[in-house]
Design a protein around this ligand. Structure first.
Ligand code: ADP
Length: 299
């Protein structure tokens, strides 16, 4: 179990990036969903032992990981948002270098471990190619290879799918799901689909505070019967936005297919009830700061 209590981070400025985060995460995949600037990367860096919080505590299986973070690095895997690669190295040489930096021991030799890790993330075929020719998805997988080296208890993945094409994203989803079978994988993202696809539990963060810690089914149920769908002209959309909470507007053949949140349960003419999706729930949560029928968290 990973637990944080009263985690606060104030950067010089001062900017309060985290404003008291209490969170418990057990094995499996857990999502941290929030808009840009919400505090996700700050949170992830603290958990990875790379940034000191202003106050608060972090424990992993009961052990304080802030006191001596370097002792816990072997039990942690971290894939940052921006990964520094040496473009001229081959994938194999780059990974070997990263393992050396991380201090991963390889009783049967580092070369063997590198080959195994590359196979595991489906990069064996590109081991001898230089990293500069790797696609975004291949670079992410190389990052995951270093993160899983040493079989860590906790893997921290910060915004991994931004910039991946749909096929690469799917492949990356499969890899993450596999990793979460027997450890904690914490995934931060601003993409609701990442959570919908991967995470049985997730938290929503905004302005350094958790707005909800829930499951996709609970979040959807919290606004069931309150989402409606209809078609409006381009001109009508502005008025709809002014009067209602629009959770999605998609332009199709010159008209907007709009989804709206209507807590009264009575929609405007031409709108019909629609099953709630996670994106609706997230947008309503962002707009209201809490979801009806869902217990609020934090202070
Ligand atoms: P996210 O990952 O959700 O986009 P961040 O954790 O990067 O959010 O940022 C949270 C807030 O802290 C933002 O307002 C950001 O501008 C600010 N911030 C992040 N890093 C620093 C820093 N090194 N110095 C000052 N402010 C920072």
């Amino acid at each position: 179990m990973l637990s944080t209590r009263g985690l606060v981070k104030v950067y010089p400025g001062p900017v309060t990036a985290l404003n008291g985060i209490d969170l418990d995460v057990s094995s499996g995949m857990f999502g941290l969903l929030g808009p840009n600037g919400a505090g996700k990367s700050t949170f992830m860096k603290i958990l990875a032992g790379l940034l000191e919080p202003t106050s608060g505590s972090v424990t992993l299986d009961g052990a304080d990981i802030l006191a001596k973070p370097e002792l816990h690095w072997p039990r942690l895997g971290y894939l940052p948002q921006e990964f520094g690669f040496y473009p001229h190295l081959t994938g194999e040489a780059m990974l070997e270098h990263l393992l050396a930096l991380k201090g991963v021991t390889a009783p049967q030799g580092r070369k063997k471990l590198v080959a195994e890790l590359l196979e595991r993330v489906n990069l064996g075929f590109a081991a001898k190619r230089s990293v500069k020719g790797y696609s975004g998805g291949m670079r992410q997988r190389l990052g995951i290879a270093q993160a899983v080296a040493g079989n860590p208890r906790l893997i921290i993945v910060d915004e991994p799918t931004a910039g991946l094409d749909p096929e690469e994203r799917l492949r990356f989803y499969h890899l993450l799901a596999e990793l979460a079978a027997d450890r904690i994988v914490l995934l931060s993202t601003h993409i609701v689909e990442d959570v919908a696809v991967l995470c049985p539990r997730f938290a929503v963060i905004r302005e350094g505070r958790l707005l909800a810690v829930t499951t996709p089914a609970e979040a959807r149920a919290a606004i069931e019967g309150q989402i409606f769908e209809g078609t409006v002209s381009v001109g009508e959309l502005a008025r709809l936005r002014a009067e209602r909470t629009v959770t999605k507007a998609l332009l199709v053949e010159g008209r907007h297919h709009a989804r709206i949140y209507e807590p009264s349960g009575s929609p405007p003419p031409g709108f019909a009830s629609s099953p709630v999706n996670l994106e609706d729930a997230y947008l309503v949560l962002m707009r209201l700061g809490a979801l009806p029928r869902l217990e609020a968290v934090g202070g």
